[in-house]
Design a protein around this ligand. Sequence first.
Ligand SMILES: [Zn+2]
Length: 156
Amino acid sequence: MFNRHFSVKKRGFIADAMLGRLARWMRFLGYDVQYHRDIDDRALVRLARSEGRILLTRDRELTKRFTVEHLLIESEDVKEQIKEVVTLFPKETASRRCMHCNIPLEDIKKEMVQGLVPEYVYLHHRRFQRCSSCGRIYWEGSHTHNIWKILMDLKV
Ligand SMILES: [Zn+2]
């Protein structure tokens, strides 16, 4: 249901309401993923079509009712869901995005985050990034460990 000559740089995704965790992790990996918690199927499909986004959904019925480019996600487990997407759409060298705002993160000097992140994080990390929209600061923390392991296993 989608064009194989797809570029994640040029096009993005839109996740259905059941796939919020997947949407957040994909953003962190650099994918452009729209997500709205409260949106009806019709509006979701309209947005996917008008913005040329691939709909990520677990709702088989929805994909039968509407004609829309989509990827039907099989697993309920977010790690498996990431594998399903990344296997079909390998990550390009896109910058990471804010998990909450879907905006590319900016590099920020270490000195700038002193006092804004926990002391042990400041002491043990060198690279920090910030979202210019919400101001959240990101680093290669332990919560990202699992996702890097998945990607290494997939060799993507
Ligand atoms: Zn943000």
